[in-house]
Design a protein around this ligand. Sequence first.
Ligand code: TPP
Ligand code: MG
Length: 581
Amino acid sequence: MTDAPLIPLAQYIIERFKQQGVKHLFGVPGDYQLELLDYFERDPDIEWVGNANELGAAYAADGYARVSHGMAVCVTTFGVGELSALGGIAGATAERLPVVHLVGSPRSPLQKANALVHHTMNLPGGQYNRFYKMSEQISAATVVLINEPDDGLTDAIDHAIRTCVVEGRPVYLDVPLDYNHREVSAAPLATPLPKLGEPKDFASIQRTLMLPPLDTVNAQVTDAIVAAFDKAKNPVILADLYAERYSMRKDVRALVKAANVRAFCSPTSKSLLDEQDPSYAGAYGGNMSVSACADEFEAADFVLWVGAMKSDTNTGRFSMRIPDGSVEMYVDNTKVGAAEYPGTDMRRIVPELIKRLAKVAKKDALKVNPDASLAVTTKAQSDAIISQEWMWSRFGGWFQDTDVVLGDMGTSAFGMIPIALPSNAQYHTQCMWGAIGWSVGAALGASLAARMEDPAKRTVLFVGDGSLQLTVQEIGTMVRRGLTPYIFVINNDGYEIERIIHGPNMKYNDIANWDYTMMLPLFAGRTGVKHETHSVKTQGELQALLEDKEFAKPDRIRVIEVFVPRGDAPPALARILGRKM
Ligand SMILES: Cc1ncc(C[n+]2csc(CCOP(=O)(O)OP(=O)(O)O)c2C)c(N)n1
Ligand SMILES: [Mg+2]
Protein backbone atom coordinates (compact mmCIF):
# COMPACT_ATOMS: atom_id res chain seq x y z
CA MET A 1 0.00 0.00 0.00
CA THR A 2 2.71 2.47 1.00
CA ASP A 3 4.44 2.04 -2.39
CA ALA A 4 1.40 3.19 -4.32
CA PRO A 5 2.03 6.36 -6.30
CA LEU A 6 0.72 9.69 -5.14
CA ILE A 7 -1.49 11.59 -7.54
CA PRO A 8 -3.26 14.96 -7.38
CA LEU A 9 -6.69 14.73 -5.79
CA ALA A 10 -8.36 16.10 -8.94
CA GLN A 11 -6.78 13.27 -10.93
CA TYR A 12 -8.06 10.77 -8.37
CA ILE A 13 -11.60 12.04 -8.92
CA ILE A 14 -11.16 11.81 -12.70
CA GLU A 15 -9.94 8.21 -12.45
CA ARG A 16 -13.00 7.27 -10.39
CA PHE A 17 -15.24 8.94 -12.97
CA LYS A 18 -13.55 7.05 -15.78
CA GLN A 19 -13.98 3.76 -13.94
CA GLN A 20 -17.72 4.47 -14.01
CA GLY A 21 -17.62 4.96 -17.77
CA VAL A 22 -17.96 8.75 -17.67
CA LYS A 23 -16.54 10.32 -20.82
CA HIS A 24 -18.14 13.76 -20.74
CA LEU A 25 -18.51 16.37 -18.02
CA PHE A 26 -21.20 19.00 -18.08
CA GLY A 27 -20.97 22.38 -16.44
CA VAL A 28 -19.99 26.03 -16.50
CA PRO A 29 -16.52 27.21 -15.41
CA GLY A 30 -15.90 29.54 -12.50
CA ASP A 31 -12.82 30.86 -10.77
CA TYR A 32 -13.24 28.42 -7.90
CA GLN A 33 -12.86 25.39 -10.17
CA LEU A 34 -10.80 26.57 -13.15
CA GLU A 35 -7.76 24.73 -11.83
CA LEU A 36 -9.86 21.57 -11.50
CA LEU A 37 -10.93 21.98 -15.11
CA ASP A 38 -7.24 22.04 -16.13
CA TYR A 39 -7.00 18.40 -15.07
CA PHE A 40 -10.05 17.54 -17.15
CA GLU A 41 -8.76 19.36 -20.18
CA ARG A 42 -5.39 17.62 -20.00
CA ASP A 43 -6.93 14.15 -19.79
CA PRO A 44 -7.43 12.62 -23.25
CA ASP A 45 -10.14 10.23 -22.07
CA ILE A 46 -12.59 12.71 -20.68
CA GLU A 47 -14.18 15.67 -22.42
CA TRP A 48 -15.46 18.90 -20.97
CA VAL A 49 -18.80 19.97 -22.44
CA GLY A 50 -19.22 23.64 -21.65
CA ASN A 51 -22.90 24.41 -21.11
CA ALA A 52 -24.63 27.74 -21.46
CA ASN A 53 -25.95 27.63 -17.91
CA GLU A 54 -25.84 25.29 -14.96
CA LEU A 55 -29.49 24.25 -15.10
CA GLY A 56 -28.88 23.07 -18.66
CA ALA A 57 -25.77 21.25 -17.44
CA ALA A 58 -27.74 19.43 -14.74
CA TYR A 59 -30.40 18.41 -17.26
CA ALA A 60 -27.70 17.28 -19.67
CA ALA A 61 -26.18 15.10 -16.94
CA ASP A 62 -29.66 13.65 -16.33
CA GLY A 63 -30.06 12.79 -20.03
CA TYR A 64 -26.55 11.34 -20.20
CA ALA A 65 -27.19 9.09 -17.19
CA ARG A 66 -30.45 7.84 -18.71
CA VAL A 67 -29.00 6.86 -22.04
CA SER A 68 -25.62 5.56 -20.85
CA HIS A 69 -27.25 3.73 -17.92
CA GLY A 70 -24.37 4.99 -15.85
CA MET A 71 -23.10 7.88 -13.81
CA ALA A 72 -23.01 11.47 -15.06
CA VAL A 73 -21.28 14.57 -13.74
CA CYS A 74 -22.30 18.22 -13.48
CA VAL A 75 -19.53 20.64 -12.45
CA THR A 76 -20.40 24.06 -11.08
CA THR A 77 -18.83 26.88 -9.16
CA PHE A 78 -19.52 27.79 -5.54
CA GLY A 79 -22.77 29.61 -4.78
CA VAL A 80 -23.82 31.25 -8.03
CA GLY A 81 -23.22 28.21 -10.21
CA GLU A 82 -24.30 25.44 -7.91
CA LEU A 83 -27.59 27.07 -6.96
CA SER A 84 -28.47 27.46 -10.65
CA ALA A 85 -28.10 23.70 -11.03
CA LEU A 86 -30.27 22.68 -8.09
CA GLY A 87 -33.58 22.38 -9.95
CA GLY A 88 -31.97 19.93 -12.34
CA ILE A 89 -30.26 18.00 -9.56
CA ALA A 90 -33.52 17.74 -7.61
CA GLY A 91 -35.09 16.42 -10.81
CA ALA A 92 -32.41 13.75 -11.01
CA THR A 93 -33.23 12.85 -7.40
CA ALA A 94 -36.94 12.52 -8.12
CA GLU A 95 -36.26 10.54 -11.29
CA ARG A 96 -33.56 8.36 -9.65
CA LEU A 97 -30.55 9.21 -11.78
CA PRO A 98 -26.94 8.91 -10.64
CA VAL A 99 -25.52 12.41 -11.07
CA VAL A 100 -22.46 13.72 -9.22
CA HIS A 101 -22.74 17.43 -8.55
CA LEU A 102 -19.09 18.47 -8.30
CA VAL A 103 -18.67 21.97 -6.90
CA GLY A 104 -15.48 24.03 -6.77
CA SER A 105 -15.30 26.21 -3.66
CA PRO A 106 -12.84 28.91 -2.43
CA ARG A 107 -9.36 28.01 -1.20
CA SER A 108 -9.35 26.36 2.20
CA PRO A 109 -7.52 29.18 4.10
CA LEU A 110 -10.23 31.62 2.99
CA GLN A 111 -12.94 29.22 4.09
CA LYS A 112 -11.26 28.61 7.43
CA ALA A 113 -10.98 32.37 7.99
CA ASN A 114 -14.67 32.71 7.09
CA ALA A 115 -13.60 35.41 4.60
CA LEU A 116 -16.21 37.51 2.85
CA VAL A 117 -15.38 36.53 -0.72
CA HIS A 118 -17.45 36.89 -3.88
CA HIS A 119 -20.31 34.42 -4.37
CA THR A 120 -20.99 34.18 -0.66
CA MET A 121 -24.31 35.58 0.53
CA ASN A 122 -22.76 38.24 2.75
CA LEU A 123 -24.71 37.17 5.80
CA PRO A 124 -23.59 37.25 9.42
CA GLY A 125 -22.64 34.01 11.17
CA GLY A 126 -20.55 32.12 8.63
CA GLN A 127 -20.41 31.95 4.88
CA TYR A 128 -19.39 28.47 4.01
CA ASN A 129 -21.96 25.97 5.17
CA ARG A 130 -25.02 27.51 3.56
CA PHE A 131 -24.84 26.15 0.04
CA TYR A 132 -23.96 22.58 0.84
CA LYS A 133 -26.74 22.51 3.41
CA MET A 134 -29.16 23.39 0.65
CA SER A 135 -27.82 20.55 -1.46
CA GLU A 136 -27.93 18.14 1.47
CA GLN A 137 -31.72 18.13 1.16
CA ILE A 138 -31.63 16.75 -2.37
CA SER A 139 -28.54 14.52 -2.30
CA ALA A 140 -28.01 10.90 -1.38
CA ALA A 141 -24.62 11.92 0.07
CA THR A 142 -23.06 15.32 0.74
CA VAL A 143 -19.28 15.25 0.86
CA VAL A 144 -17.48 18.50 1.66
CA LEU A 145 -13.78 17.78 1.55
CA ILE A 146 -12.75 20.61 3.87
CA ASN A 147 -14.71 18.86 6.61
CA GLU A 148 -12.86 15.57 6.10
CA PRO A 149 -9.62 14.52 7.83
CA ASP A 150 -6.49 14.79 5.68
CA ASP A 151 -6.10 11.03 5.56
CA GLY A 152 -9.76 10.49 4.70
CA LEU A 153 -10.04 12.40 1.43
CA THR A 154 -10.08 9.46 -0.96
CA ASP A 155 -12.44 7.55 1.32
CA ALA A 156 -14.80 10.50 1.27
CA ILE A 157 -14.66 10.77 -2.55
CA ASP A 158 -15.27 7.03 -2.84
CA HIS A 159 -18.19 7.27 -0.46
CA ALA A 160 -19.80 9.92 -2.69
CA ILE A 161 -19.36 7.89 -5.87
CA ARG A 162 -20.38 4.60 -4.30
CA THR A 163 -23.54 6.16 -2.86
CA CYS A 164 -24.36 7.75 -6.21
CA VAL A 165 -24.33 4.46 -8.09
CA VAL A 166 -25.65 2.19 -5.36
CA GLU A 167 -28.58 4.49 -4.54
CA GLY A 168 -28.98 5.65 -8.13
CA ARG A 169 -29.38 9.24 -6.95
CA PRO A 170 -27.39 12.50 -7.06
CA VAL A 171 -24.57 13.22 -4.64
CA TYR A 172 -22.81 16.47 -3.82
CA LEU A 173 -19.03 16.74 -3.74
CA ASP A 174 -17.35 20.02 -2.76
CA VAL A 175 -13.65 20.49 -3.54
CA PRO A 176 -11.85 23.64 -2.32
CA LEU A 177 -9.68 25.10 -5.07
CA ASP A 178 -6.34 24.28 -3.42
CA TYR A 179 -7.39 20.69 -2.64
CA ASN A 180 -7.30 19.79 -6.34
CA HIS A 181 -3.51 19.69 -6.26
CA ARG A 182 -3.13 17.84 -2.94
CA GLU A 183 -1.35 14.56 -3.32
CA VAL A 184 -3.32 11.47 -2.38
CA SER A 185 -2.55 7.78 -2.66
CA ALA A 186 -3.69 6.13 -5.87
CA ALA A 187 -3.90 2.76 -4.07
CA PRO A 188 -7.69 2.70 -3.57
CA LEU A 189 -8.16 3.00 -7.33
CA ALA A 190 -7.05 -0.61 -7.65
CA THR A 191 -10.36 -1.60 -6.08
CA PRO A 192 -13.18 -0.56 -8.40
CA LEU A 193 -16.35 0.77 -6.83
CA PRO A 194 -19.70 -0.83 -7.67
CA LYS A 195 -21.34 0.08 -10.96
CA LEU A 196 -24.91 1.24 -11.42
CA GLY A 197 -27.29 -1.67 -11.51
CA GLU A 198 -25.14 -4.02 -9.43
CA PRO A 199 -27.33 -5.55 -6.72
CA LYS A 200 -26.69 -4.36 -3.17
CA ASP A 201 -25.18 -6.71 -0.67
CA PHE A 202 -27.79 -6.92 2.05
CA ALA A 203 -26.17 -9.89 3.74
CA SER A 204 -24.71 -7.94 6.63
CA ILE A 205 -27.96 -6.06 7.23
CA GLN A 206 -29.84 -9.34 7.35
CA ARG A 207 -27.35 -10.65 9.92
CA THR A 208 -27.64 -7.55 12.07
CA LEU A 209 -31.41 -7.74 12.01
CA MET A 210 -31.23 -11.47 12.76
CA LEU A 211 -33.26 -12.22 9.65
CA PRO A 212 -32.79 -15.40 7.66
CA PRO A 213 -30.05 -15.26 4.98
CA LEU A 214 -31.15 -13.40 1.87
CA ASP A 215 -30.85 -16.41 -0.39
CA THR A 216 -33.45 -18.14 1.74
CA VAL A 217 -35.78 -15.16 1.61
CA ASN A 218 -35.25 -14.69 -2.15
CA ALA A 219 -36.08 -18.35 -2.71
CA GLN A 220 -39.19 -18.03 -0.57
CA VAL A 221 -40.41 -14.93 -2.37
CA THR A 222 -39.70 -16.51 -5.74
CA ASP A 223 -41.77 -19.54 -4.71
CA ALA A 224 -44.60 -17.26 -3.60
CA ILE A 225 -44.59 -15.36 -6.91
CA VAL A 226 -44.49 -18.52 -9.00
CA ALA A 227 -47.39 -20.00 -7.03
CA ALA A 228 -49.50 -16.85 -7.40
CA PHE A 229 -48.75 -16.65 -11.10
CA ASP A 230 -49.54 -20.31 -11.64
CA LYS A 231 -52.88 -19.98 -9.85
CA ALA A 232 -53.92 -16.95 -11.89
CA LYS A 233 -56.11 -17.47 -14.93
CA ASN A 234 -55.21 -14.26 -16.65
CA PRO A 235 -51.93 -12.84 -15.34
CA VAL A 236 -50.15 -9.88 -16.93
CA ILE A 237 -46.79 -8.17 -16.46
CA LEU A 238 -46.46 -4.45 -15.84
CA ALA A 239 -42.86 -3.35 -16.43
CA ASP A 240 -42.26 -0.03 -14.75
CA LEU A 241 -39.76 2.77 -14.39
CA TYR A 242 -37.45 1.32 -11.73
CA ALA A 243 -36.76 -1.66 -13.95
CA GLU A 244 -35.56 0.81 -16.57
CA ARG A 245 -33.44 2.73 -14.08
CA TYR A 246 -31.74 -0.43 -12.86
CA SER A 247 -30.87 -1.48 -16.41
CA MET A 248 -33.26 -4.46 -16.44
CA ARG A 249 -34.51 -4.05 -19.99
CA LYS A 250 -33.10 -7.42 -21.10
CA ASP A 251 -34.39 -9.17 -17.99
CA VAL A 252 -37.95 -7.90 -18.20
CA ARG A 253 -38.15 -8.73 -21.89
CA ALA A 254 -36.92 -12.24 -21.12
CA LEU A 255 -39.41 -12.49 -18.27
CA VAL A 256 -42.30 -11.63 -20.59
CA LYS A 257 -41.14 -14.26 -23.06
CA ALA A 258 -40.74 -16.89 -20.36
CA ALA A 259 -44.16 -16.25 -18.82
CA ASN A 260 -45.83 -15.94 -22.23
CA VAL A 261 -48.30 -13.34 -21.06
CA ARG A 262 -49.43 -9.94 -22.25
CA ALA A 263 -47.21 -7.17 -20.97
CA PHE A 264 -47.72 -3.48 -20.33
CA CYS A 265 -45.38 -0.63 -19.61
CA SER A 266 -46.37 2.51 -17.74
CA PRO A 267 -46.41 6.05 -19.17
CA THR A 268 -42.91 6.68 -17.79
CA SER A 269 -41.38 3.34 -18.72
CA LYS A 270 -42.14 3.37 -22.42
CA SER A 271 -39.54 1.51 -24.52
CA LEU A 272 -38.59 -0.79 -21.65
CA LEU A 273 -40.51 -3.59 -23.37
CA ASP A 274 -40.35 -4.57 -27.02
CA GLU A 275 -43.30 -2.55 -28.27
CA GLN A 276 -43.37 -4.49 -31.55
CA ASP A 277 -43.65 -7.89 -29.88
CA PRO A 278 -47.08 -9.56 -29.93
CA SER A 279 -46.95 -9.66 -26.12
CA TYR A 280 -46.95 -5.86 -25.91
CA ALA A 281 -50.36 -4.55 -24.89
CA GLY A 282 -49.65 -0.84 -24.47
CA ALA A 283 -48.78 1.77 -21.85
CA TYR A 284 -51.17 1.36 -18.95
CA GLY A 285 -51.72 4.43 -16.83
CA GLY A 286 -55.22 3.95 -15.41
CA ASN A 287 -57.67 6.47 -16.84
CA MET A 288 -54.95 7.91 -19.05
CA SER A 289 -54.74 4.77 -21.17
CA VAL A 290 -56.25 3.99 -24.54
CA SER A 291 -59.51 2.19 -23.68
CA ALA A 292 -58.58 -1.12 -25.34
CA CYS A 293 -55.36 -1.16 -23.33
CA ALA A 294 -57.15 -0.32 -20.06
CA ASP A 295 -59.87 -2.92 -20.72
CA GLU A 296 -57.33 -5.63 -21.28
CA PHE A 297 -55.24 -4.72 -18.25
CA GLU A 298 -58.23 -4.44 -15.98
CA ALA A 299 -59.48 -7.88 -17.02
CA ALA A 300 -56.33 -9.45 -15.52
CA ASP A 301 -56.62 -11.34 -12.23
CA PHE A 302 -52.95 -10.99 -11.31
CA VAL A 303 -50.30 -8.37 -12.06
CA LEU A 304 -46.57 -8.90 -11.78
CA TRP A 305 -45.50 -5.27 -11.40
CA VAL A 306 -41.75 -5.02 -11.88
CA GLY A 307 -40.15 -1.80 -10.62
CA ALA A 308 -43.38 -0.10 -9.60
CA MET A 309 -43.50 3.70 -9.62
CA LYS A 310 -46.70 4.97 -8.07
CA SER A 311 -46.73 8.69 -8.85
CA ASP A 312 -49.84 10.55 -10.02
CA THR A 313 -48.44 11.12 -13.50
CA ASN A 314 -47.55 7.45 -13.88
CA THR A 315 -50.81 6.01 -12.60
CA GLY A 316 -53.40 8.28 -14.21
CA ARG A 317 -53.80 10.08 -10.92
CA PHE A 318 -53.89 6.84 -8.95
CA SER A 319 -56.61 5.32 -11.11
CA MET A 320 -54.74 2.09 -11.95
CA ARG A 321 -56.68 -1.03 -11.05
CA ILE A 322 -54.46 -3.68 -9.53
CA PRO A 323 -56.11 -6.97 -8.48
CA ASP A 324 -55.67 -8.20 -4.89
CA GLY A 325 -52.86 -10.66 -4.46
CA SER A 326 -50.70 -9.03 -7.15
CA VAL A 327 -46.93 -8.64 -6.83
CA GLU A 328 -44.79 -5.49 -6.65
CA MET A 329 -41.05 -5.78 -7.08
CA TYR A 330 -38.37 -3.26 -6.11
CA VAL A 331 -34.62 -3.33 -5.53
CA ASP A 332 -35.09 -3.37 -1.77
CA ASN A 333 -38.47 -4.94 -1.22
CA THR A 334 -41.04 -7.29 -2.72
CA LYS A 335 -44.75 -7.38 -1.97
CA VAL A 336 -46.79 -10.47 -2.65
CA GLY A 337 -50.38 -9.63 -1.88
CA ALA A 338 -50.33 -8.29 1.65
CA ALA A 339 -46.98 -9.91 2.54
CA GLU A 340 -43.72 -7.96 2.35
CA TYR A 341 -40.16 -9.22 1.99
CA PRO A 342 -37.86 -6.30 2.88
CA GLY A 343 -34.32 -6.51 1.54
CA THR A 344 -35.25 -8.64 -1.44
CA ASP A 345 -34.03 -7.31 -4.74
CA MET A 346 -35.74 -7.70 -8.11
CA ARG A 347 -32.32 -7.80 -9.75
CA ARG A 348 -31.71 -11.13 -8.03
CA ILE A 349 -35.27 -12.47 -8.21
CA VAL A 350 -36.15 -11.73 -11.85
CA PRO A 351 -33.39 -13.96 -13.31
CA GLU A 352 -34.67 -16.77 -11.09
CA LEU A 353 -38.26 -16.07 -12.16
CA ILE A 354 -37.31 -16.28 -15.82
CA LYS A 355 -36.32 -19.91 -15.27
CA ARG A 356 -39.23 -20.79 -13.02
CA LEU A 357 -42.05 -19.06 -14.91
CA ALA A 358 -41.02 -20.74 -18.15
CA LYS A 359 -42.15 -24.00 -16.51
CA VAL A 360 -45.62 -22.68 -15.69
CA ALA A 361 -45.95 -20.38 -18.71
CA LYS A 362 -49.44 -19.58 -19.91
CA LYS A 363 -50.38 -21.39 -23.08
CA ASP A 364 -52.67 -19.13 -25.05
CA ALA A 365 -52.20 -15.70 -23.59
CA LEU A 366 -50.97 -13.97 -26.71
CA LYS A 367 -54.21 -13.47 -28.56
CA VAL A 368 -53.94 -9.91 -29.71
CA ASN A 369 -57.06 -7.93 -28.97
CA PRO A 370 -58.18 -6.73 -32.41
CA ASP A 371 -59.33 -3.41 -30.97
CA ALA A 372 -56.05 -2.70 -29.27
CA SER A 373 -54.51 -0.82 -32.17
CA LEU A 374 -51.95 1.43 -30.56
CA ALA A 375 -51.50 4.09 -33.17
CA VAL A 376 -54.15 5.97 -35.07
CA THR A 377 -53.52 5.54 -38.75
CA THR A 378 -55.67 8.25 -40.26
CA LYS A 379 -54.24 9.37 -43.61
CA ALA A 380 -52.90 12.86 -44.07
CA GLN A 381 -55.21 15.40 -45.62
CA SER A 382 -52.95 17.73 -47.49
CA ASP A 383 -54.36 21.10 -46.44
CA ALA A 384 -55.76 20.11 -43.07
CA ILE A 385 -54.28 21.66 -39.96
CA ILE A 386 -52.19 19.37 -37.80
CA SER A 387 -54.15 17.96 -34.89
CA GLN A 388 -52.37 16.55 -31.87
CA GLU A 389 -53.92 13.12 -32.33
CA TRP A 390 -52.93 12.85 -35.97
CA MET A 391 -49.47 14.25 -35.36
CA TRP A 392 -48.39 11.77 -32.68
CA SER A 393 -49.57 8.73 -34.57
CA ARG A 394 -47.79 10.04 -37.67
CA PHE A 395 -44.52 10.39 -35.76
CA GLY A 396 -45.00 6.81 -34.61
CA GLY A 397 -44.49 5.62 -38.17
CA TRP A 398 -41.32 7.68 -38.62
CA PHE A 399 -39.19 6.37 -35.75
CA GLN A 400 -36.23 4.13 -36.48
CA ASP A 401 -35.12 1.13 -34.50
CA THR A 402 -32.33 2.76 -32.49
CA ASP A 403 -33.83 6.23 -32.02
CA VAL A 404 -33.49 7.97 -28.68
CA VAL A 405 -36.71 9.93 -28.25
CA LEU A 406 -37.43 12.55 -25.58
CA GLY A 407 -40.72 14.27 -24.78
CA ASP A 408 -41.02 17.36 -22.60
CA MET A 409 -43.66 17.82 -19.97
CA GLY A 410 -46.30 19.72 -21.99
CA THR A 411 -48.66 18.01 -24.35
CA SER A 412 -45.67 16.11 -25.84
CA ALA A 413 -45.32 13.74 -22.89
CA PHE A 414 -49.00 12.79 -23.14
CA GLY A 415 -49.02 12.57 -26.93
CA MET A 416 -46.28 9.96 -26.92
CA ILE A 417 -47.94 7.58 -24.43
CA PRO A 418 -49.97 5.46 -26.88
CA ILE A 419 -47.41 5.54 -29.70
CA ALA A 420 -45.79 2.13 -30.12
CA LEU A 421 -42.03 2.48 -30.60
CA PRO A 422 -39.62 0.34 -32.60
CA SER A 423 -38.18 -2.60 -30.66
CA ASN A 424 -34.88 -1.01 -29.69
CA ALA A 425 -35.79 2.65 -29.55
CA GLN A 426 -35.50 4.47 -26.23
CA TYR A 427 -38.01 6.93 -24.89
CA HIS A 428 -37.42 9.34 -22.03
CA THR A 429 -39.67 11.76 -20.24
CA GLN A 430 -39.49 13.46 -16.87
CA CYS A 431 -43.00 12.91 -15.56
CA MET A 432 -42.10 12.48 -11.88
CA TRP A 433 -40.28 15.80 -11.44
CA GLY A 434 -42.06 17.37 -14.38
CA ALA A 435 -39.95 20.48 -14.98
CA ILE A 436 -40.63 22.08 -18.32
CA GLY A 437 -37.46 22.77 -20.28
CA TRP A 438 -35.78 19.63 -18.93
CA SER A 439 -35.84 17.92 -22.30
CA VAL A 440 -33.61 20.40 -24.13
CA GLY A 441 -30.67 19.93 -21.78
CA ALA A 442 -31.47 16.23 -21.45
CA ALA A 443 -31.45 15.84 -25.25
CA LEU A 444 -27.94 17.26 -25.31
CA GLY A 445 -26.70 14.72 -22.76
CA ALA A 446 -28.74 11.91 -24.31
CA SER A 447 -27.37 12.68 -27.73
CA LEU A 448 -23.75 12.61 -26.54
CA ALA A 449 -24.32 9.30 -24.76
CA ALA A 450 -26.11 7.83 -27.79
CA ARG A 451 -23.29 8.91 -30.08
CA MET A 452 -20.78 7.10 -27.85
CA GLU A 453 -22.71 3.90 -28.38
CA ASP A 454 -23.33 4.34 -32.09
CA PRO A 455 -22.67 7.51 -34.09
CA ALA A 456 -25.59 6.69 -36.42
CA LYS A 457 -28.18 6.84 -33.62
CA ARG A 458 -30.75 9.59 -33.99
CA THR A 459 -31.89 11.75 -31.09
CA VAL A 460 -35.41 13.08 -31.51
CA LEU A 461 -36.74 15.77 -29.20
CA PHE A 462 -40.37 16.87 -28.86
CA VAL A 463 -40.67 20.07 -26.91
CA GLY A 464 -43.47 22.60 -26.49
CA ASP A 465 -42.88 26.24 -27.38
CA GLY A 466 -43.28 27.23 -23.73
CA SER A 467 -40.87 24.60 -22.42
CA LEU A 468 -38.27 25.40 -25.04
CA GLN A 469 -38.08 29.00 -23.94
CA LEU A 470 -36.71 27.94 -20.54
CA THR A 471 -33.60 26.17 -21.76
CA VAL A 472 -33.24 27.10 -25.43
CA GLN A 473 -29.62 28.12 -25.02
CA GLU A 474 -28.51 24.48 -24.79
CA ILE A 475 -29.23 24.23 -28.50
CA GLY A 476 -26.13 26.41 -28.79
CA THR A 477 -24.19 23.73 -26.90
CA MET A 478 -25.53 21.06 -29.27
CA VAL A 479 -24.31 23.06 -32.25
CA ARG A 480 -20.96 23.62 -30.61
CA ARG A 481 -20.52 19.90 -29.95
CA GLY A 482 -21.50 18.95 -33.50
CA LEU A 483 -24.61 17.06 -32.38
CA THR A 484 -27.36 16.44 -34.88
CA PRO A 485 -30.66 15.96 -33.05
CA TYR A 486 -34.11 16.55 -34.50
CA ILE A 487 -35.81 19.25 -32.44
CA PHE A 488 -39.57 19.27 -33.03
CA VAL A 489 -41.01 22.44 -31.52
CA ILE A 490 -44.72 22.06 -30.92
CA ASN A 491 -45.99 25.58 -31.50
CA ASN A 492 -49.44 26.08 -30.03
CA ASP A 493 -48.93 29.66 -28.98
CA GLY A 494 -48.38 29.11 -25.28
CA TYR A 495 -48.83 26.85 -22.29
CA GLU A 496 -51.55 24.63 -23.73
CA ILE A 497 -51.45 21.95 -21.06
CA GLU A 498 -51.96 24.69 -18.47
CA ARG A 499 -54.78 26.19 -20.49
CA ILE A 500 -56.50 22.83 -20.44
CA ILE A 501 -56.07 22.51 -16.69
CA HIS A 502 -57.09 26.07 -15.85
CA GLY A 503 -57.47 29.48 -17.46
CA PRO A 504 -57.88 28.71 -21.18
CA ASN A 505 -58.08 32.40 -22.03
CA MET A 506 -55.93 33.89 -19.30
CA LYS A 507 -52.89 35.94 -20.27
CA TYR A 508 -50.68 34.10 -17.80
CA ASN A 509 -50.77 31.11 -20.14
CA ASP A 510 -49.44 33.17 -23.05
CA ILE A 511 -45.78 33.29 -24.03
CA ALA A 512 -43.52 35.45 -26.18
CA ASN A 513 -44.17 34.74 -29.84
CA TRP A 514 -40.71 33.78 -31.05
CA ASP A 515 -39.76 33.01 -34.61
CA TYR A 516 -38.37 29.52 -34.08
CA THR A 517 -37.00 29.38 -37.61
CA MET A 518 -34.36 31.89 -36.54
CA MET A 519 -32.94 29.70 -33.78
CA LEU A 520 -30.41 27.64 -35.68
CA PRO A 521 -29.11 30.58 -37.72
CA LEU A 522 -28.60 32.36 -34.39
CA PHE A 523 -26.97 29.46 -32.57
CA ALA A 524 -24.85 28.25 -35.45
CA GLY A 525 -23.75 31.85 -35.90
CA ARG A 526 -20.69 32.06 -38.03
CA THR A 527 -19.44 28.54 -37.33
CA GLY A 528 -20.35 27.02 -40.68
CA VAL A 529 -22.05 24.11 -38.89
CA LYS A 530 -24.68 22.54 -41.16
CA HIS A 531 -28.22 23.06 -39.99
CA GLU A 532 -31.73 22.89 -41.35
CA THR A 533 -35.03 24.42 -40.30
CA HIS A 534 -38.60 23.62 -41.30
CA SER A 535 -41.88 25.16 -40.35
CA VAL A 536 -44.98 23.06 -41.04
CA LYS A 537 -48.60 24.08 -40.77
CA THR A 538 -50.51 21.35 -42.62
CA GLN A 539 -50.72 17.59 -42.47
CA GLY A 540 -49.51 17.45 -46.06
CA GLU A 541 -46.35 19.41 -45.20
CA LEU A 542 -45.50 17.26 -42.19
CA GLN A 543 -46.25 14.09 -44.12
CA ALA A 544 -43.95 15.15 -46.97
CA LEU A 545 -41.15 15.91 -44.55
CA LEU A 546 -41.46 12.60 -42.74
CA GLU A 547 -41.43 10.74 -46.05
CA ASP A 548 -38.31 12.51 -47.27
CA LYS A 549 -35.35 10.10 -47.18
CA GLU A 550 -32.80 12.89 -46.87
CA PHE A 551 -34.65 14.29 -43.88
CA ALA A 552 -34.41 10.91 -42.17
CA LYS A 553 -30.59 11.03 -42.15
CA PRO A 554 -29.22 12.58 -38.96
CA ASP A 555 -26.41 14.42 -40.73
CA ARG A 556 -27.15 17.90 -39.36
CA ILE A 557 -28.99 19.55 -36.52
CA ARG A 558 -32.61 20.27 -37.40
CA VAL A 559 -35.42 22.33 -35.96
CA ILE A 560 -38.93 21.55 -37.13
CA GLU A 561 -41.56 23.98 -35.97
CA VAL A 562 -44.94 22.24 -36.00
CA PHE A 563 -48.00 24.45 -35.70
CA VAL A 564 -50.91 22.87 -33.84
CA PRO A 565 -54.02 24.79 -32.85
CA ARG A 566 -54.74 26.19 -29.43
CA GLY A 567 -57.34 24.20 -27.53
CA ASP A 568 -56.12 20.85 -28.88
CA ALA A 569 -54.48 18.22 -26.69
CA PRO A 570 -53.56 14.55 -26.99
CA PRO A 571 -56.40 12.23 -25.98
CA ALA A 572 -54.40 10.86 -23.01
CA LEU A 573 -54.32 14.30 -21.46
CA ALA A 574 -58.03 14.82 -22.00
CA ARG A 575 -58.73 11.44 -20.43
CA ILE A 576 -56.67 12.06 -17.32
CA LEU A 577 -58.38 15.39 -16.82
CA GLY A 578 -61.69 13.64 -17.26
CA ARG A 579 -62.76 15.93 -20.07
CA LYS A 580 -63.66 15.28 -23.63
CA MET A 581 -61.61 17.29 -26.09
C1 TPP B 1 -39.98 24.48 -14.36
C2 TPP B 1 -41.47 24.49 -14.47
N1 TPP B 1 -42.14 25.65 -14.46
C3 TPP B 1 -43.49 25.63 -14.61
C4 TPP B 1 -44.17 24.46 -14.76
C5 TPP B 1 -45.68 24.44 -14.97
N2 TPP B 1 -46.01 24.01 -16.33
C6 TPP B 1 -46.30 22.72 -16.59
S1 TPP B 1 -46.64 22.44 -18.19
C7 TPP B 1 -46.45 24.07 -18.58
C8 TPP B 1 -46.69 24.56 -19.97
C9 TPP B 1 -45.93 23.85 -21.05
O1 TPP B 1 -46.17 24.51 -22.26
P1 TPP B 1 -45.52 24.02 -23.60
O2 TPP B 1 -44.15 23.59 -23.39
O3 TPP B 1 -45.75 25.06 -24.62
O4 TPP B 1 -46.34 22.70 -23.92
P2 TPP B 1 -47.81 22.57 -24.50
O5 TPP B 1 -48.63 22.01 -23.39
O6 TPP B 1 -48.27 23.91 -24.93
O7 TPP B 1 -47.65 21.62 -25.63
C10 TPP B 1 -46.10 24.81 -17.44
C11 TPP B 1 -45.86 26.28 -17.44
C12 TPP B 1 -43.43 23.27 -14.73
N3 TPP B 1 -43.98 22.07 -14.82
N4 TPP B 1 -42.09 23.32 -14.62
MG1 MG C 1 -47.14 25.23 -26.10
